[in-house]
Design a protein around this ligand. Structure first.
Ligand code: GDP
Ligand code: MG
Length: 163
């Protein structure tokens, strides 16, 4: 069975855009409105000889902020089952939010290897967010632009040793 890599992160950080980039097709719906992806979507990534199944998660992108953390955790727990690695995506332009910190704290307590991905890092607007993300304690962030296809080689470099 191919290794499974799961994309995790709060709404609107670019998870579905990254999924589409890695699969090479627009299988996941991308939208400016948080909460567009309702289901887990799986696709095949096969780049430079590294083949893996990629999973776009979004079940916790609930409209009700009151229930967000609880739902997020539950969905993430379900999604992490069977995953060989997690890509934890943050928005380098927006910087860290309390929800990013909560997800990061939670992921630090999980056994799955995590690659921290600072998305929307094209140009200079993301530099502060990339630096800030070191404070999550999840190692060196991989700066990418899922939309523009930048940093994907670095992402593979980080994934390659762990899957
Ligand atoms: P998700 O909710 O995490 O799945 O996020 P989406 O993939 O739906 O993207 C949310 C928004 O961020 C959309 O408007 C995307 O076009 C935008 N976006 C995604 N990746 C990038 C990127 O690399 N740079 C910039 N500037 N915007 C991005
Ligand atoms: Mg999505």
């Amino acid at each position: 069975m191919k290794p499974q890599v799961i994309i995790i992160g709060r709404p609107n950080v670019g998870k579905s855009t990254l999924f589409n980039r890695l699969v090479g097709k627009k299988l996941a719906l991308v939208d400016d409105q948080p909460g567009v992806t309702r289901d887990r979507r799986m696709g095949d990534a096969d780049i430079a000889g590294m083949a893996f199944t990629i999973v776009d998660t979004a079940g916790w992108e609930d409209d009700d902020p009151e229930t967000l953390p609880g739902r997020m955790r539950k969905q993430t727990e379900v999604s992490l089952e069977g995953a060989d690695a997690a890509l934890f995506v943050i928005d380098a332009r927006a910087g860290l939010t309390p929800l990013d910190e909560e997800i990061g704290r939670w992921l630090r307590g999980q056994s799955v290897p995590v690659v921290l991905v600072a998305n929307k890092a094209e140009g200079r607007a993301g530099e502060g967010g990339v630096l800030e993300s070191y404070s999550l304690g999840l190692g060196e962030p991989i700066a990418i632009s899922a939309e523009h296809g930048e940093g994907v080689a670095d992402l593979f470099g980080a994934l390659w040793p762990i899957i």
